[in-house]
Design a protein around this ligand. Structure first.
Ligand SMILES: [Zn+2]
Length: 160
């Protein structure tokens, strides 16, 4: 994901955008020259004509309808405890949070658009990513659930 765009993570100043690299796909852009998923923009709609309903790229959609920084903060609260205990390094914590966000947020966008509940998203996540009772599964599960909480808390309240 393109971090410059992810900093905004909301619908203010969002432009729906197209990239030559992905014909037919509708992305979102905040800079006007890169999509939130990091592709060069060939054409973008004005902000006032841009709506999250039109976005088809799940990564861009997630950036538009959720505040990814809220999700990051929730996840950080979890990883900080593991860092404090010496179980993981700061670098690992950072990259793990980002990887988890990249994996979860677009999926959550697709599922919410389909009408799935947050409960279903959380249940599916645990089944797929953290099905066991060991320490690693617990860690993955806690970070993922924190991210899901953050997405839920910051979700755009209109239709998309
Ligand atoms: Zn995109």
């Amino acid at each position: 994901m393109n971090h410059d765009d992810l900093r905004y993570g909301n619908l203010k100043h969002m432009q729906t955008a197209w990239s030559e690299l992905t014909p037919g796909e509708v992305h979102a852009s905040w800079s006007g020259h890169l999509t939130a998923c990091g592709k060069p923009v060939i054409e973008a709609k004005p902000v006032y004509e841009s709506h999250p309903r039109d976005i088809t790229c799940a990564e861009c959609g997630a950036t538009a309808v959720f505040d990814l920084n809220t999700a990051r903060e929730h996840a950080k609260a979890v990883t900080e405890k593991y860092e404090a205990s010496g179980a993981i390094t700061h670098t690992f914590a950072f990259s793990f949070r980002e990887d988890a966000l990249v994996a979860i947020a677009p999926k959550a966008f697709e599922m919410r658009r389909k009408g799935d509940s947050w409960n279903k998203i959380a249940t599916d996540f645990v089944l797929i990513a953290a099905p066991d009772k060991d320490g690693t599964s617990m860690f993955v599960g806690k970070v993922g659930m924190a991210i899901i909480d953050g997405l839920k808390e910051s979700e755009f309240q209109g239709s998309y």
